[in-house]
Design a protein around this ligand. Structure first.
Ligand code: NAP
Length: 505
């Protein structure tokens, strides 16, 4: 009856016409669609939209429709009374909706059996939402839903930690008629893994997200392939704060897809490393990438670490080995070398690094290892001095840059990164070199690279390092050669899309 239904596209719009258009689009992608009737601008518009459904049944043939008309009291947009809500849901059932979703706040007001009668021939999902937190005892919540009646039970709660999201997921194992929805950015990996965990449905927005952390249908289906994930799927991911901007999921999932590897790469928003580490075993995490601010802190929590990563003092890649043992690497190092070696011969060259943070450290060690003489310039002289001392280079003051010549200059500061694209960390007069390498990859062509090009200097974008460090991670995890061309294509396509969006704004 209510088996594993799959991804449900959520259709939500103010106008009946827009809602109908979204429904047509959703139908091309999935067999299950939720109609958020409460999003329509008035009761009159809801009736008009439902009338349209009734008149054109072939528009939703082969699609199971879930009608939702959530009241404001339960976090929805419907301002009418309970009686009006139930009348509309009844009408939705008569117009072809196979399911109606009734929130617990409404369901508990009804007498025993009334829910089924009111919903007509449609099945009923009784739903519980908490947009602030995940209650400490979800079993109590589930019992409450079951007492209210209905054919299926949905629990959607805001996850403040990854442990919260695991608790929501664990409900999915309690029966085929349970829908587990971990909400919020912390809950995103669990939201994507919900079907695998046994949830009957995973929701994804067609256009407008109707709940915190809800991702688009395209991402759910094509990027994460949520319906295809099973118990054997190896889980990888990026941990950091923030992570939502990262292109790593695009890059790594493209690699898995092209090679036909049963694995998925997810963005984990992590504030507390231990909270994430507890999720490794239950989620089946086989490896992860690390970004700011955890690259150094993770070192203390590893079982072992590559000698190079230990020398750099930062880890950006972890492999989970047998017994849950964590082994760390630094592929930023490899990324720098791969990005630069094809352009200049490092041995005997003179390279300036501008900036003395985490990335500068990996760059400095990589260049020194490649045989370059490294100079460091940073706005805080003591940081430049200490990095220069650690890797056997020299610190240089900013005012000397106009007089000095380098084979390459590397920008290891975030100056010029989106949304401050009009800034350059260095002026044109300070670019006395043959090549400029900007670690920033958003935008692909930074202001610094534009200045360099105008002076006839060769340029390398941070995209090259991003791809090189990512493909090196992929190879460590899979033991196979990475499909570099496919991974590059997916990253460049994402950057192109972003540029288009920005130009339109
Ligand atoms: P970080 O640890 O925060 O270090 C940033 C460095 O830039 C510090 O030395 C900081 O100086 C300096 N800085 C910041 N704002 C500045 C300003 N307005 N003027 C002069 N110096 C400034 O960051 P990170 O991890 O090293 O990352 C640096 C950049 O590299 C970021 O844009 C990041 O996206 C990029 N990156 C790219 C890749 C890739 O694969 N392409 C990989 C890693 C990093 P203070 O210490 O004085 O604050």
């Amino acid at each position: 009856m209510f088996g594993r239904e799959g991804i449900c596209a959520v259709v939500a719009a103010k106008q009946p016409g827009a809602m109908a258009r979204q429904l047509r689009e959703a139908r091309r992608e999935t067999r299950l669609v939720e109609l958020r009737l409460d999003w329509l601008a008035s009761e009159h518009k809801i009736v008009r939209f439902l009338g349209r459904l009734r008149r054109r049944p072939r528009h939703h043939a082969r699609v199971a429709l879930i009608a939702t008309c959530r009241r404001r009291e339960a976090g929805g947009q419907f301002a009418g009374t309970v009686a009006a809500q139930l009348a509309l849901l009844r009408l939705a059932s008569e117009c072809g909706c196979a399911w109606v979703d009734v929130e617990i706040e409404t369901a508990e007001r009804l007498r025993q059996g009334a829910l089924r009668r009111l919903s007509g021939s449609a099945h009923v999902i009784v739903s519980f939402h908490d947009f602030r937190r995940t209650p400490s005892d979800l079993t109590v919540v589930l019992r409450r839903l079951k007492r209210a009646g209905g054919n299926a039970f949905k629990i959607a709660t805001q996850c403040r930690t990854i442990s919260d999201s695991l608790r929501v997921l664990s409900l999915a194992r309690r029966g085929r008629c349970i829908v587990a929805v971990p909400m919020g950015e912390m809950g995103l990996p669990a939201r994507i893994l919900a079907l695998r965990a046994g949830s009957a449905i995973a929701y994804a927005a067609l256009e407008n997200a109707t709940a915190p952390g809800q991702i688009s249908l395209v991402e759910m289906k094509r990027l994460y392939r949520a319906e295809k994930l099973d118990r054997r799927t190896r889980v990888y991911g990026l941990i950091g704060d923030p992570v939502s901007h990262s292109l790593s999921p695009r890059m790594h999932n493209a690699g898995f897809h092209v090679r036909g590897i049963n694995a998925v790469y997810l963005p984990f928003l992590v504030r507390d490393l231990r909270d994430f580490l507890h999720a490794i075993e239950p989620l089946g995490v086989a490896g992860f990438s690390i970004t700011l601010p955890h690259k150094e802190a993770i070192l203390r929590l590893l079982d072992d670490c590559d000698a190079l990563a230990a020398a750099i003092g930062a880890v950006n890649t972890v492999v989970v080995r047998g017994g849950g043992k964590l082994y760390g690497y630094n592929t930023d190092y490899v990324g720098v070398l791969r990005a630069l070696e094809q352009r200049i011969s490092l041995a005997g060259s003179r390279v300036l690094i501008f900036g003395a943070g985490g990335a500068a450290r990996a760059v400095a060690f990589a260049l020194a290892q490649g045989g370059a003489a490294v100079s460091i310039c940073a706005r805080r002289a003591h940081r430049a001095n200490s990095l220069a001392r650690a890797m056997g280079g020299e610190a240089i003051e900013r005012r000397e840059l106009r007089r000095e010549f380098f084979d390459a200059i590397v920008n290891a500061t975030p100056v010029g990164m989106h949304p401050h694209e009009d800034r350059s960390p260095l002026s044109a007069a300070e670019l006395n070199c043959r090549l400029v390498f900007d670690l920033i990859y958003r935008p692909q062509k930074t202001k610094l690279l534009q200045l360099a090009e105008r002076r006839g200097i060769e340029t390398v974008s941070g995209v090259e390092m991003f791809l090189a460090q990512g493909t090196a991670q992929w190879e460590i995890w899979t033991g196979e050669r990475a499909p570099v061309a496919a991974m590059r294509r997916s990253v460049l396509a994402a950057l192109r899309d972003e540029r288009r969006w920005r130009d339109r704004e």
